[in-house]
Ligand binder design. Structure first.
Ligand code: ARG
Length: 288
């Protein structure tokens, strides 16, 4: 893991980010050729991020932006029929990479692993519909939020499960996700206790367990929930009325990598401002 070293060295150089106003890198026009001398670094000191100064971030692999994800979370990330990663996060990450003059590389793995990869400097960004939480903020940095989600409950149509009797039921979730974290919490904290929750490797597997009636309900983010209900139409699944707190999704980065955080955040905000971001969302979220 030679790259970790390079990254760690770069991190050591952190300069005061706030001063730079985030939206650096003249990401419009043609930053591709000139900017990012990644691992080789060079001019990291140049803090003044006025629009003409190329950003001086480093990435795990020169010229690449590695995104760790768990492509089991439609419409944010999933695999197409040929096994290629697609989805809102994937396309937004590709657009960010393009703005930074980098080539996106998607590293698909388990959800927990995707969070760890960025913390350990094995990926540059983690993008997986990741909810910003205090405990995650303690171990990684996040960009500005780019979406909201809520945890919802999927049940079999006609079942007797309600929002109020979940504590007597078996609940399936994806391991490591906020659905798992909330549901397995103690009743005093609004959860149902670990004995009532099974953590599956993916949301899809949790939903299959529901289809086979191995669990009574699945708690998962709302958009994937809708996708899973649609994809399993024959099994007759439905989403209960009501939801838990709203969550904010953001892009995770290794803690302390201020240059890359600024560059990615700047690119993200440009994509929001120029409509590219909404265009990607609209492509995947169709009202029907
Ligand atoms: N928003 C939830 C969380 O951050 C679930 C994210 C799951 N994402 C995925 N790609 N499987 O915990």
């Amino acid at each position: 893991m030679k790259k970790i070293l390079a990254l760690t060295m770069a991190v050591a150089m952190s300069l005061s980010l706030a001063a730079c106003g985030g939206g650096n890198n003249s990401a419009n026009s043609t930053p591709a050729a000139s900017s990012n001398p990644p691992a080789a670094s060079g001019s990291q000191g140049g803090s003044s991020a006025d629009a003409s100064t190329p950003a001086s971030f480093t990435t795990v692999e020169s010229g690449k932006l590695h995104m760790s994800t768990n492509a089991e979370f439609p419409p944010y990330e999933m695999l197409d029929d040929s096994g290629a990663p697609i989805g809102i996060d994937v396309e937004v990450a590709a657009a960010i990479a393009q703005k930074l003059g980098l080539e996106l590389v998607v590293d698909d793995m388990g959800f927990d692993a995707a969070l760890l990869a960025v913390q350990n400097g094995q990926s540059d960004i983690a993008m997986a519909g990741i909810t910003v939480r205090e405990d995650r903020l303690a171990v990684m940095d996040f960009t500005d939020s780019y979406a909201t989600g809520v945890q919802v409950v999927i049940v079999k149509e006609g079942s007797d499960v309600t929002m109020d009797n979940l504590g007597e039921k078996m609940i399936g979730t994806q391991l490591g996700t906020t659905g798992y974290i909330y549901a397995s919490d103690t009743p005093e904290n609004g959860g149902y206790g670990e004995d009532h929750v099974i953590g599956y490797e993916t949301g899809a597997v949790a939903v299959q367990a529901l289809v086979k009636e191995q669990v009574d309900a699945v708690i998962i983010d709302n958009l994937p929930a809708q996708e899973y209900v649609k994809a399993n139409a024959a099994a007759g699944l439905t989403i209960l009325e009501g939801a838990w707190v709203e969550e904010n999704y953001a892009i995770g980065l290794q803690k302390g990598n201020a240059e890359l955080l600024n560059a990615v955040n700047g690119a993200l905000n440009e994509l929001k401002a120029d409509g590219t971001f909404q265009g990607i969302v609209d492509k995947y979220i169709t009202a029907d």
